[in-house]
Design a protein around this ligand. Sequence first.
Ligand SMILES: Cc1cc2nc3c(=O)[nH]c(=O)nc-3n(C[C@H](O)[C@H](O)[C@H](O)COP(=O)(O)O)c2cc1C
Length: 201
Amino acid sequence: MKHVLVINSSISGDNGHSSKLSKAFIDQLGSDINLTEIDLNAAPLPHLMMAELAAWMTPAADRTAEQQQLAHYSDNLINQVQTADLIMLGVPMYNFGIPSQLKSLLDRLARAGVTFKYTDKGPVGLLADKPVIILATRGGLYQGTPADSQTPFLTSFFNFIGLTQLHFVYAEGLNMGEEAAQQALTAARQQLGKLSEKVAA
Ligand SMILES: Cc1cc2nc3c(=O)[nH]c(=O)nc-3n(C[C@H](O)[C@H](O)[C@H](O)COP(=O)(O)O)c2cc1C
């Protein structure tokens, strides 16, 4: 049974286009999956602060009760990512970037010595590679232009920790009239349908 990790970050919660598309994708995978869902709108993570970094750098057995609580955010997330066979991210574009809620999560996924390490040949990702589907929802049109800050950032980030099987699906022009929005959503659903067959195989 496949372990699927879904991470949604729309501030519209279940009503966000990215959340709806990710739900449609999960439904296409059928019931024979082990699903873990992270809804960063319902349960936002705080910004990463130095006290949490200090907790990571303290051996588990020596952590104070507060440090144990702080380290749990990252430890638990990394465990969910390690256990997953497939990861799906709903990524709205907000103010030319990814949601700050998602940035807070990614800040807890990059852990020196755990998900990446530096060597004399440069950084090496430590996570076992697996497919990551990135569902990018946008009011305007950015794909393939220098204004698309999300695609290069997410590519660099995931490659850095060892995840290179990235599949970007774009639903763009969602605020450019009803017809354009429906066309974009239909195209994204079709692309997700093909991907669900591919990753389920
Ligand atoms: C606070 C905020 C900022 C936004 N900034 C952008 C932007 O920079 N570029 C863009 O194309 N759309 C922008 N949008 C539109 C969203 O990308 C669009 O509504 C998309 O559907 C959001 O995804 P969601 O429906 O999954 O939440 C913004 C929307 C909000 C609420």
